[in-house]
Design a protein around this ligand. Structure first.
Ligand code: HEM
Length: 541
């Protein structure tokens, strides 16, 4: 009897649970049928499971294969693909301006809200509202004016010197250094450059392993926030801590560092005049220190500053590191081109020396046309932001490429990796061919080259990125010969094709990245040897 009394509430609870589950299933079933039949996007092609639920879309944000998934779906379904119930991807050149152009009837998608939810404020990269975005963008434009960029080069050179000095330190007199994981050491270098450029702080990631956990946080946090952005309801209910606990914990840790660096900077009142770091320039540009300023509407709050600097570190360090690592990989795969680039750099350095100019400035390297072409070709083949930058269609809808009429509220975008590998727009799209950027007669459609995004929300750090990349590549190639270790070629090693055998990774010549909004990668394993020519011209004397 006592047992039955105990069983009744359990059975009642089970019945309620069953009823709720059953109702939920019926609602989901009805929603799925609606999405496949009467939904305004029902006529667009794409996998049925992507049309009925966000699950595959969210999963692809976390598995690193998102860029390849877009490519494979466009190969299969054509120029437009419905990749989630309310989202369309356009692999079409005319779609680029319609979606991202200055006059396009779009704003950043609510997906960017994932970042804002954690950062408690929006940064220019994550700001959805168009007028707020343009005010934040103005501040960045002032801080990153071309005239100020030269000042940042000393931050690059300071850390580059540590890199150059360290690579051979353990060679103990041997001709070649010990084998090094190129992805890793270049990422250490750019993280230090970013910390220095942002806060005039030496994070010592290159020389000590005590802060290297920052790097794991960056990639884990970015992918998690990107995925979380697709789960708006879960974010509103603060369920993120349960759904992606590791990511959220990592992101909060990163946020705490960004906040403490900002607070310390303000406490120490670091303003360096013409030697200002990025943070001081934000403060100057936003007049935060000047309560009497009539430009108070430009002021950044502390939360804004933390969000802006945190996002800039993510946006500026990973992307440049990926480009440099991948460019070196492609050069190692193409020894003839590597030799030509080294000769070009040697020539530039000795000319600079003869003219008595400053030894290393990105300006001095502007003659290195092939080096620049290799960088462009690398960003075409292995774009650091390889996925799709989503934009929401605003009231009034949007006509894309004069063919596709998209209603308000739908997310649209162009998948970067997929359009860079589209045979309609690029001759031999899978082949590393830097000459396509030099020979004008080529038929490639350069309008579809978009590693920095496009239009009013395109990368504000583009020129700074080119300067950093050319300085770092030129100095490494001038100082060292590099050799790829045989272990780098083995299958499953994460680069050079055959990335665990998954789709789209078969091209042995391609530097493989994992798309987590920005990119993660591994290797190649290389060793370094000091070049004789570098000894002939000393950078310091
Ligand atoms: C090779 C290097 C780089 C690549 C490939 C790259 C790529 C991109 C892309 C694709 C976007 C558009 C993102 C979107 O629409 O969601 C973007 C935006 C942005 N990038 Fe970069 N980036 C690079 C380097 C940098 C650097 C060095 C900085 C600054 C230190 C920077 C700062 C920003 C900022 C602030 C935005 C947001 C712009 C806005 O919305 O107004 N980036 N970048």
């Amino acid at each position: 009897m006592a047992k039955i009394q105990y069983l009744i509430p359990v059975m009642a609870f089970a019945a309620v649970l069953f009823l709720v589950g059953f109702l939920h299933f019926r609602i989901q079933f009805a929603v799925a049928i609606y999405r496949l039949t009467f939904h305004p996007l029902a006529r667009y092609p794409g996998p049925w499971y992507a049309a009925i639920s966000e699950i595959s879309n969210i999963y692809s944000c976390l598995n690193g294969e998102r860029h390849l998934q877009f490519k494979s779906w466009h190969d299969r379904y054509g120029s437009v693909v419905r990749y989630a119930p309310n989202r369309l991807s356009f692999c079409d050149k005319d779609a680029i301006q319609d979606i991202y152009g200055v006059r396009s009837n779009t704003q950043k998608s609510r997906v960017y809200g994932g970042f804002n939810h954690i950062f408690k404020a929006s940064a220019s990269l994550t700001c959805i509202d168009r007028s707020q975005h343009s005010f934040k963008r103005k501040i960045l434009n002032v801080a990153l004016q071309p005239i100020k960029l030269k000042n940042f080069e000393k931050h690059v050179l300071r850390n580059l010197k540590i890199f150059i000095d360290n690579v051979l330190t353990d060679a103990s007199g041997a001709e070649w250094s010990r084998p090094r994981n190129l992805s890793e050491i270049i990422q250490f270098l750019f993280t230090d450059i970013m910390g220095d450029m942002m806060f005039s702080q030496n994070w010592n990631v290159q020389t000590s392993d005590s802060k290297r956990w920052i790097l794991d946080i960056l990639i884990l946090g970015t992918s998690g926030l990107h995925a979380a952005g697709h789960m708006i309801l879960a974010l509103k209910l603060n369920l993120d801590m349960f759904l992606v606990p590791k990511t959220m914990a990592a992101t909060r840790r990163f946020l705490a560092i960004a906040r403490s660096q900002c607070e310390e900077h303000i406490r120490k009142d670091r303003t360096y005049g013409e030697h200002a770091d990025l943070f001081s320039l934000f403060i100057q540009a936003s007049n935060i220190n000047d309560p009497k300023s009539d430009r108070q509407s430009y002021a950044f709050t502390m939360d804004d500053l933390v969000a802006e600097t945190g996002i800039l570190i993510i946006a500026g360090a990973d992307t440049t590191a990926t480009t440099v690592t991948a460019t070196l990989y492609y050069l190692l795969q193409n020894p003839e081109i590597l030799q030509q680039v080294q000769s070009e750099v040697d020539e530039a350095f000795s000319r600079i020396k003869k003219l008595g100019l400053e030894f290393e400035t990105s300006e001095g390297l502007s003659s290195c046309q092939l080096l620049r072409a290799c960088t462009e070709e690398t960003m075409r083949l292995s774009p650091p932001v390889a996925g799709l930058l989503p934009r929401e269609v605003l009231q009034g809808g949007l006509l894309i490429a004069n063919r596709w009429s998209v209603p308000a509220g739908v997310d649209v975008g162009v998948p970067v990796y997929a359009i860079h590998h589209n045979e309609k727009y690029w001759e031999s799209p899978h082949h590393f061919d830097p000459m396509r950027w030099i020979e004008r007669y080529r038929k490639d459609c350069r309008h579809t080259f978009m590693p920095f995004g496009v239009g009013r929300t395109g990368c504000v750090g583009k020129q700074l990125a080119y300067n950093e990349i050319s300085l770092v590549l030129a100095r490494i190639l001038w100082t060292y010969d590099l050799e790829m270790m045989p272990s780098s070629q083995s299958s499953g090693s994460g680069f050079g094709g055959n990335f665990n055998g998954s789709w789209g990774r078969g091209n042995k010549d391609e530097f493989q990245t994992r798309d987590f909004f920005t990119s993660s990668h591994h290797g190649p394993i290389v060793r370094f040897r000091k070049r004789l020519s570098s000894a002939a011209i000393s950078p310091d004397g």
